[in-house]
Write a protein that binds this ligand. Sequence first.
Ligand SMILES: [Zn+2]
Length: 162
Amino acid sequence: MAKFDEVVAANKQFASSFAKGGLPMPPARAVAILTCMDARLHPEQFCGLDFGDAHVIRNAGGRASDDAVRSLVISQRLLGTDEIIVIHHTDCGMLTFSNEQLVAKITKTSDPMPATGTSSPSQIWSKASSTMSTSCAAHPSSPTTSPSGEPSTTSNPEGSRR
Ligand SMILES: [Zn+2]
């Protein structure tokens, strides 16, 4: 059985007894968690979360990438979360290679791209990795007030990258 078919079969079984489809969209515990995509991590279990409790945003390394920050902004500004928890872990696979090693692997194993102006896989990676580590506080979408509502003295209106 193909992996896709296995997932569809498991979902059919899960959906047959799922009874929490009416939960409100805003997370009940008003928290967003940013963590790694590592398959060994099960944030809902190790954080004691149930359906509808929290937003869990995952990527390679649990990085505050532009897309992760976008999700956190939506979580906080539109869906009522008021706390962000960043969770990293031991034995993270993202510590086992450098960007240069990954680019070399992509370049070596990828088919040549057509000459249509499309970026090659290594160019796409280089562009993405240049913005991998955005500080939440420095991101242009970050609030300019502290949690207490006072104007922040540490905000960076220029949105520099760290
Ligand atoms: Zn990891």
